[in-house]
Design a protein around this ligand. Sequence first.
Ligand code: IMP
Ligand code: MG
Length: 180
Amino acid sequence: MNHPLPEVCDGILLKQEAIESRVRELGESLVRDHTGHDLRLITVLRGGLFFLSDLCRATDMPVSLDFMAVSAYGPAASGSVRITKDLDDSIEGASVVVVEDIIDTGLTLHYVLEVLRRRGPASLEVCTLMDKGVRRIVDLPITYQGFRVPDRFLVGYGLDLDGMYRNLPYVATLRDEVMS
Ligand code: IMP
Ligand code: MG
């Protein structure tokens, strides 16, 4: 499979092979830390789906999956988030790992964690493939992190620009001209 770099991008930040090998390591870490526990991997649709799909297959132990969807409302960066699709299963007593594609300001995830914490999981952790640390507004407990990434707009492996490019098997940087 050969997805040529889209015109709107100026380079590849994370190659497919680099993502694959990091995802394998993260899966091994999940097994090491959660063997014998009721492990639930939860992701926030839609971007995290690609990472979740690869991560759960790299996690060689019984695990169940569940999904949420949220949409931001109100002024940008106000952190106001509404749940548009909730989990199907109770997480009471479960070892929950929230799986994210990328964390930027952290506001979305902060809200999701608040909601989940009130439901009484045995543990609540975060596994993110990418972390744009510099723009973080709220402090988040990130247990598993794939890559630290620069403050550029990224597409691919779940990340989109207006709904497009999620299916690229690599992560690419958008040209600055495209953003403005
Ligand atoms: P936060 O609430 O600012 O942490 O936003 C995180 C969400 O913003 C991610 O789950 C992505 O959906 C989206 N996002 C953040 N950075 C990028 C990017 O570089 N490209 C595409 N989507 C992004
Ligand atoms: Mg997301």
